[in-house]
Design a binder for this molecule. Structure first.
Ligand code: BTN
Length: 254
């Protein structure tokens, strides 16, 4: 029996608006349609596999069927709080893993959830506008549940829940995660979100190499991850003493 099915989800999620796909292009694509159709906050789209799953910075997100929990969750935060949505995703996942008894759960800027120093979950917030009007934010989340990375290029940097706990039922994982997402999404805009997210960052004060990406440029910075701002930008102190503000990018420990 598969741990994710239309029947199991319907009976566990009750009145929550949800959709389950054995295969879809991307749950975030479908979430965008539902946002535009006024689906309520907390609506969730779940897929067992994606044919065009996407990651941050235009990357592809690949995951064999049956191996991950992949979902998109709909929120309509105030426009001033859209920067909190990625933080909320990472926090909700981190707290869910804590509650499962997993040790060494941390957040690597901006919103990768790690076990030790290996990535177990990626978060992809996408903001939907109509002209200058905010329609809402899609919070895409992919958790490696039983992906086998042993022969992959990610063997040293990625991890699955199955590597640290014996059995994971993706429906149980989803229910715990939705509970945390429902709680944290009501806090969007409060300083509690930033404080909780900040307290879980696992790379502050560490030497790092950063690819800083703006609309037209890519710059590589080597230095120390000095701080993050309340808006979520990373401040890097380079060896020449300069401090650089990185809004989007990727970091690797130096
Ligand atoms: C990252 O690059 O770390 C973010 C990965 C986000 C992947 C999830 S899987 C569910 C949702 N649908 C997508 O196409 N992407 C996100």
């Amino acid at each position: 029996m598969t741990d994710l099915s239309t029947e199991r989800l319907a009976s566990a999620l009750g009145t929550r608006r949800h959709e389950f796909y054995a295969e879809i292009t991307s749950t975030n694509d479908r979430a965008q349609v539902l946002l535009n159709e006024n689906a309520p906050n907390g609506t969730v789209i779940i897929a067992d596999s994606q044919t065009r799953g996407r990651g941050r910075l235009g990357r592809v997100w690949l995951s064999p069927a049956g191996s991950s929990l992949m979902l998109s969750y709909l929120l309509r935060p105030p426009v001033t709080s859209i920067g909190h949505v990625g933080m909320i995703g990472a926090l909700a996942v981190a707290e869910t893993l804590d509650a499962m008894g997993i040790k060494e759960v941390g957040i690597k800027w901006p919103n990768d959830v790690q076990i030790g120093k290996r990535k177990v979950c990626g978060v992809l917030p996408e903001v939907v506008w109509q002209g200058d009007q905010l329609i809402g934010v899609i919070l895409g989340i992919g958790i490696n549940v039983r992906v086998d990375f042993t022969t992959s290029a990610l063997a040293e940097t990625a991890i699955s829940l199955s590597n640290v706990i014996p059995q994971v039922d993706r429906l149980d994982l989803l229910l715990q995660l939705l509970h945390k997402l429902d709680i944290w999404s009501t806090a969007a805009g409060s300083t509690d979100v930033f404080a909780a997210w900040h307290s879980r960052l696992n790379m502050l004060n560490a030497p790092v190499n950063v690819v800083s990406i703006t609309a037209n440029t890519q710059e590589i910075l080597s230095g120390v991850a000095q701080e993050v701002t309340p808006e979520g930008a990373l401040m890097i102190r380079t060896l020449d003493g300069g401090v650089h503000r990185v809004i989007a990018g990727d970091i690797a420990l130096g």
